[in-house]
Design a binder for this molecule. Structure first.
Ligand code: SF4
Ligand code: SF4
Length: 97
């Protein structure tokens, strides 16, 4: 089992989950430090269309990231809403290449 970040992260992508993950398995096509340095509209522009992903091979299912997310984008794998089911594979695929 793993946790999964869904598309709801897109364009918010505020990295709050990264800060609390004890095993550093949350990554994505963004420079986290650069993103953190931006505020409000500037961050939204830099993160437009982008989201972070959780490495299913490293996630220890602690759940720490879930309450940190301002847009409720993170779910345990077996609780991902049907509308976001394809994000389970999308998270795994990001780390497979
Ligand atoms: S559930 Fe825990 S280990 Fe998995 S991504 Fe979230 S904070 Fe990291
Ligand atoms: S806390 Fe939520 S919105 Fe922010 S980067 Fe993580 S999953 Fe995306």
């Amino acid at each position: 089992m793993t946790h999964v970040i869904t598309k709801q992260c897109e364009s918010t992508c505020d990295t709050a989950c990264v800060s609390v993950c004890p095993v550093d398995v949350i990554h994505g096509p963004v420079n986290v430090d650069e993103l953190r340095a931006l505020e409000g509209a500037d961050r939204a522009t830099a993160a437009a269309g982008l989201q972070l992903f959780i490495d299913p091979d490293g996630c220890i299912n602690c759940g720490c990231c879930v309450p940190e997310c301002p847009v409720d984008a993170i779910y345990p794998e077996d609780e991902v809403p049907a509308a976001y089911e394809s994000d389970i594979e999308a998270n795994a695929r990001y780390f497979s290449g």
